[in-house]
Design a binder for this molecule. Structure first.
Ligand code: F6P
Length: 345
């Protein structure tokens, strides 16, 4: 078979490990593997390169994606779906593996349902907000980086008797905040799934300090919102939206720090972890998960099970429909958040 691979959306540790796995397994089984460059944009502009054993050698530990990525939505263009289809035919492809999150796989699902396009998905995102799979690859790496940052910030918080606010990514879900906050022993964790009350947060910190603790660590997800805003108070970096209608989040940490300092009187500082969470080498866990997903995606192509996505269910890698994967965002398990709450204050 001649199989195309593309990576779309934000880059993510483990993308190269998936590309390597599909290419190695595919070549072993006599397939030709073609890398489509720059995500869905490459399917509009026909940018591609042959993936050989040499091209994927030494890749498993490398962050980013050798295929490059964009947030291009082909359906934003008139006749975009048809253009993707005609590139697919021109390149003599038999199947395409799309590695991405809700946007990239949302496009894959539309192409499958509207055009019968032979596509299989692989779930990628540091945000872990994709349904149908217990975990996406990249999430463990982001959590590991954020946890290490929280550990380091403890030092300065304790030495200077400060409140340290750590803003983490995650878009509209609080998976990274909950996991890293729990692992890093955060004193408060704020997530989009549970709008917060500023006075209540300040009170938790004040009570903690009155108890004799001289510092606090507050982890806030970039998409967290105050109750006071009625759920409409997202802190964003502007009004601009990308081709999938997403605003750029960020800034809640600074707002929170100011408000907490004025309410509690404790010196407060902010660290915004930003893209550091997406950069560099994947953890061993993500390398293995990405490899298992890549192998499964290739199996699904060979079995002709199009319109599906490789998924981690328990400890098994299985297939779910793309439809199920993109139907709704997977939000934080509130039982887990409840466990984190036991340690607040
Ligand atoms: O989806 C991954 C993610 O890192 C989000 O956590 C974040 O909101 C967004 O991408 C940032 O996107 P960009 O790299 O386009 O600024």
């Amino acid at each position: 078979m001649r199989i195309g691979i593309l990576t779309g959306g934000g880059d993510c540790p483990g993308l190269n490990a998936v590309i390597r796995a599909i290419t190695r397994k595919g070549i072993q089984e006599g397939d030709n593997i073609l890398g489509i460059l720059h995500g869905w944009k490459g399917m509009l502009t026909s940018q591609h390169e042959e993936l050989t054993l040499r091209a994927v050698s030494g890749l498993i530990h490398k962050g980013g994606t050798i295929l490059h990525t964009t947030r291009t939505n082909p359906f934003k263009e008139d006749g975009g779906g048809e253009k993707v289809l005609s590139t697919f035919k021109r390149l003599s492809l038999d199947a395409l593996i799309a590695i991405g999150g809700e946007d990239t796989l949302g496009v894959a699902n539309r192409l499958y349902t509207e055009f019968g396009f032979p596509v299989v998905g692989v779930p990628k995102t540091i945000d872990n907000d994709l349904s149908g799979t217990d975990f996406t690859f990249g999430f463990d790496t982001a959590v590991t980086i954020a946890t290490e940052a929280i550990d380091r910030l403890h030092t300065t918080a304790e030495s200077h008797d400060r409140v340290m606010v750590v803003e983490v990514m995650g878009r509209h879900t609080g998976w990274i905040a909950t996991y890293s906050g729990l692992a890093g022993g955060a004193d408060v964790i704020l997530i989009p799934e549970k709008p917060f009350n500023l006075d209540r947060v300040a009170e938790v910190i004040s009570i903690r300090h009155a108890r004799g603790k001289n510092f606090s660590i507050v982890v806030v997800a970039e998409g967290a919102q105050m109750e006071e805003g009625g759920g409409e108070a997202l802190v964003k970096q502007g009004e601009e939206v990308d081709e999938f209608g997403h605003v750029r989040l960020g800034g809640i940490g600074h707002f929170l720090a100011q408000e907490l300092e004025s309410r509690t009187g404790f010196e407060t500082r902010v660290t915004v972890l930003g893209h550091v969470q997406r950069g560099g080498s994947p953890t061993a866990h993500d390398r293995i998960l990405a490899t298992r997903f890549g192998v499964k995606a290739h199996d699904l192509v060979k079995e002709g099970r199009f319109g599906t996505m490789a998924a981690l269910i328990g400890n098994r890698v299985d297939a779910v429909s793309l439809e199920e994967a993109v139907r709704e965002l997977k939000t934080v398990d509130m039982d887990l958040y409840g466990i984190a709450e036991i340690f607040f204050g």
